[in-house]
Write a protein that binds this ligand. Sequence first.
Ligand SMILES: Cc1ncc(COP(=O)(O)O)c(C=O)c1O
Length: 488
Amino acid sequence: MKDQNTLRHKLSKLAPASKTLDLSPENRKVLAGLAINYAERFYDTLESKEAYNPFDESVNDLLNSSLGENGISADEAISFLEHKIISPGLNSASGRNFGYIPGSSLSAAAIGDYLAAVTNRYASVYSSSPGAVVLEARLVHWMADLVGYPAGSGGYLASGGSIANFTAVVTARDDAGLKGEDYSRAVVYLTGQTHHCVDRALNLSGLRECIRRYVPMDPSFRMMPEALNRQIIEDADNGLIPWLIVASAGSTDSGAVDPLVDIGSVAQTHNLWFHVDAAYGGFFMLTSEGKKKLAGIELSDSVVLDPHKSLFLPYGTGALLVKDVAKLVSSHAYHASYMKHASDEPGIFSPADISPELTKHFRALRMWLPLTLLGLKAFRAALEEKLLLANYLWVEFSRMDDIEVSPPPQLSIFMFRWIPEGGDPEILNRQLHDALLKDGRVFLSTTEADGKFYFRVAVLSSATHLEEAEILVQTVKDKITEISRKPG
Ligand SMILES: Cc1ncc(COP(=O)(O)O)c(C=O)c1O
């Protein structure tokens, strides 16, 4: 009894400080007000702010920023966030960001995310949060329909393309029944354009020693199916184990879409797992042009799509679809006595049963809210616009003096390099890149093709429209003129 009293005393002493974790309604309103003001400022100035803010090592002072016993004011926190954390570097949501695979900042998705964090539903298990799980299943079915998968397919919302590709590789490995002793003879077919996360997925899934065959590509960086077929036959004749083909539906570097119909047919002939990495290109299936370009995607056994790329959602939203969901289930089967109640409704799989994650973010909300609020029409129009903008830009760059362009964009990416009359193009293109970074109005990332420096133009931000495309062309022209005028 005495012990209980001591405990009660201690508990009542701790409660006031513990309760400060939950902001009072007044403080909550103050913080939310400041956050909303900042968010509005962010959106309002997106059009005028730099796409890139050069930074120096002072940003590393964050390592020593205060995390003391006592908190700081809401004002201080939001101001610190705005100026010290968000500002330096790439403004990925800018419409003048043409680098890597550009991001976006859909307000409806952000508000969905806010509500996901507020309500914190356990989106992993049906019996805990059937609404969240069924919502994710609904979105998975929608994506499966989009790529032309039949009933019996399934998948889940991942944190991004890398993890989704990893899960695909693991599922394909298990389906082929590969054991450790087979790994050094197992052969994967890909190209030099395949995203590096596939290579990493092979390593992480235990297959570091497997054989990677980089299948030759045509001049537009697309896998050549005849070469693929020949290589598979040769490998099988030599006692190797052809096992997995990875095609790209929009490669990161050049935007190349491999010929999926022909590759699918090769995969069927040899009974290999056919995986399509459509992390970047997948949602162009919403447009009639994209549908034509990605024809054959339905022949695959698995496909990765990244809603945080071509569906304009916040980072941290990928998806894996598998044609036969039973294979995904089989790779992720687990036993945990404390999770016995987690069983599913027929036809609905808890994400925890078909993915590597247990506790997960309620990702479906940030995807569902914009889709349901804005309707598919808005997304279709935006994607069509990005395809056309990339074509428009390709023509503008091909018309410029001393600019060499890659073949026309297959989706919304192409490459170019400056070939000045005098001087070393490698040095001058790097100078041009530095000048663009310093200027900050537009952001372009770079790559190498045939050992040469290239700029990549990737059009995918929801905020990129004709005005932004014109600023890109003008800024590149201005910087070329400036560099050309400099003596030496
Ligand atoms: C084609 C492709 N696959 C996979 C990935 C990796 O996806 P994530 O960055 O979402 O992990 C990317 C990223 O740019 C990509 O473009």
